[in-house]
Design a protein around this ligand. Structure first.
Ligand SMILES: NC(=O)c1ccc[n+]([C@@H]2O[C@H](COP(=O)([O-])OP(=O)(O)OC[C@H]3O[C@@H](n4cnc5c(N)ncnc54)[C@H](OP(=O)(O)O)[C@@H]3O)[C@@H](O)[C@H]2O)c1
Length: 292
């Protein structure tokens, strides 16, 4: 394997383990994190180096990867005065793993292209466990030649990496992923609540129907904890609202109707208002358990 000079920007729940896989694979990794203590912890654990800004981290890298929060964070970390592109040389590649809008992906792609830098929007699915186990699904948008040069690095933390089309296509594919999950988690909540009210043994119900047509990742991985009212882990309601907001804005622009997605987004707004923004998205079932 070719050893590369790599930079990773944003060592959150996802970025920290993703950067770790690159170091374990033998690449020279320089990390940047806004809160410097996390970068120091990462270097103590994995070696490599840390830098005090995205541009400084990116300066010597031929491949720069980032995973931050939302559109504004992507703009700041990629395009800001001290942002990654300010430090990158022509011929290098920037990959963004943040779940963001297709519009910001096209903006950063255009700014990168003007500097001779390749850009891929590459949001991920698989959650914290997928990042830690190196089994993420990565949906990529960008140019085929740029993708061909980055793919082997992304494979260090992926089960599947797929180029979906031009700039923004990775983000659009991630939107489809979130649209498919939103209605499903509400249906699963209603099913579990119904089973409970009907006096059935809910865990036996889940066990049997998960072997039939109702089976889903959410049922297998969240069914028991939903019934047990456990939500202190996983993918936060706050992040899901950010993602559904992106989906709804895109649907408004492209004419796709998203009636159930919009409704579930409102249910999540209610959970946020109750102080549940950091709980897992499967906490939707809590609204059905509210007393009148
Ligand atoms: N968690 C999941 O299960 C999951 C699954 C799939 C996709 N995603 C997506 O992946 C992205 C990251 O998620 P996460 O769970 O890793 O989030 P997180 O734990 O909150 O980490 C966010 C990271 O971005 C950094 N950051 C945020 N805004 C910044 C800014 N303006 N400038 C510099 N650094 C900034 C944070 O730095 P600090 O340490 O200083 O705060 C932190 O390192 C999000 O877009 C999320 O929707 C998450």
């Amino acid at each position: 394997m070719e050893t590369r000079q790599v930079a990773f920007l944003g060592l959150g729940v996802m970025g920290y383990p993703m950067a770790g896989h690159l170091a374990r694979a033998g690449h020279h990794v320089t990390v940047y994190n806004r809160t410097a203590a996390k970068a120091a912890k990462w270097v103590a654990q994995h070696g490599g180096a840390s830098a005090s800004s995205p541009s400084a981290a990116a300066a010597k890298a031929d491949l720069v990867l980032m995973c931050v929060g939302n559109d504004d964070d992507v703009r700041s970390v990629a395009l800001g005065n001290d942002g990654a592109l300010a430090g990158m040389k022509s011929g290098t590649i920037l990959v963004d793993h943040t779940t963001a809008s297709a519009q910001v992906a096209r903006e950063v792609h255009a700014a990168a292209k003007a500097k001779g830098v390749g850009f891929l929007d590459a949001p991920v699915s698989g959650g914290q466990a997928g990042a830690e186990n190196g089994k993420l699904t990565i949906m990529v948008g960008g140019e085929a030649d740029v993708y061909a040069r980055a793919e082997s690095a992304l494979a260090h933390y992926a089960r599947a990496v797929t180029l979906m089309g031009g700039p923004g296509s990775g983000q659009l594919t991630k939107m489809v992923n979130q649209i498919c999950i939103a209605g499903l988690v509400q249906a699963l909540s209603e099913g579990i609540n119904f089973a409970d009210k009907a006096g059935l043994d809910v865990l036996r119900v889940l066990d049997v129907i998960s072997k039939g047509a109702a089976q889903s990742w959410q049922m297998e991985n969240r069914g028991k904890t939903m019934f047990g009212d456990q939500f202190d882990f996983g993918f936060a309601v706050d992040w899901m609202r950010k993602d559904l907001g992106i989906c709804i804005a895109e649907g408004r622009a492209n004419g796709a109707a998203l009636p159930v997605t919009a409704l579930v987004d409102q249910f999540y707004a209610r959970l946020q208002a109750q102080g549940g923004g950091r709980r897992d998205t499967s906490s939707l079932i809590r609204l059905l358990r509210e007393k009148a």
